[in-house]
Design a protein around this ligand. Structure first.
Ligand code: PGA
Length: 250
């Protein structure tokens, strides 16, 4: 069965000292065996101290962005081997903030997914619709389009390890959450879209998260849905007390 996975997306928050303080508060609260995988995706400048502070714990370290070339004349960019050197094992790809604010398109998202697999780093692929697309009943079309484009060319073995975060853009940082039933409906349609192209056995392995104003008060309802395997959490992941409640959602 799919192991639940709870991921913190710190976005552009915290400094190095705050990252270490968070880990010092979090790690003693973790159980020796957690029923969910746990990952923290931090800004570049905190990744090394995060990896040190989490060494020996079950919590993985993730980055929020990278450039899909090993090295080269790409001023301002950071490569996957550079991240790996810091202990990074996960990367967020295709977050709506990157798509909207930094104009990342489906082509770049696909290149990033492929580069991550080639480097042996686990991508966390984000898909999601805008409010007007939801209002026009285009949610599944938009999200499955983003998803199928991003995974085009992957092998079945790669796909089985994929993590997809369904994040309706109108629910990110707004306090508006999709209902658990909405999240389940979209995610089950996305799983079906993967099954139609790659087979049910592969689709059944993909872990789908919901993201968008997840907090301690709504996580258990979301996680109770059969197709929801985890959560990608921004705001409520910034405080250790609230993040530990999300990790121990049951
Ligand atoms: P939020 O962010 O939990 O603050 O809504 C989620 C995300 O953008 O990944």
């Amino acid at each position: 069965m799919r192991k639940p996975i709870i991921i913190a997306n710190w976005k552009m928050y915290k400094n190095r000292a705050a990252a270490v303080a968070f880990c010092q508060a979090l790690v003693p609260l973790l159980h020796t065996t957690e029923k969910a995988d746990i990952v923290i995706c931090a800004p570049f400048t905190q990744l090394d101290v995060l990896a040190d502070a989490l060494a020996g714990s079950a919590v993985g370290v993730g980055a929020q962005n990278f450039y899909p070339a090993a090295e080269g004349a790409f001023t301002g960019e950071v490569s996957l081997p550079m991240l790996q050197e810091l202990g990074v094992r996960y990367v967020i790809v295709g977050h709506s903030e990157r798509r909207e604010l930094f104009h990342e398109d489906d082509m770049l998202v696909r290149q990033k997914v492929q580069a991550a697999y080639a480097a042996g780093i686990q991508p966390i692929l984000c898909v999601g619709e805008r409010l007007e697309q939801r209002e026009q009943d285009m949610t599944v079309e938009v999200c499955s389009g983003q998803l199928l484009s991003a995974i085009n060319g992957l092998t079945g073995t790669q796909l089985r390890t994929l993590i997809v975060a369904y994040e309706p853009i109108w629910a990110i940082g707004t306090g508006k959450t999709a209902t658990a039933a909405d999240a389940e409906q979209v995610i089950s349609a996305l799983r079906q879209a993967v099954a139609a192209q790659y087979g049910q056995a592969v689709a059944d392995c993909v872990r789908f998260q919901y993201g968008g104003s997840v907090k301690p008060e709504n996580i258990s309802q979301l996680m109770a849905q059969p197709n929801v395997d985890g959560a990608l959490v921004g705001g409520a992941s910034l405080k250790a007390e609230s993040f530990i409640q999300l990790v121990h959602y049951a």
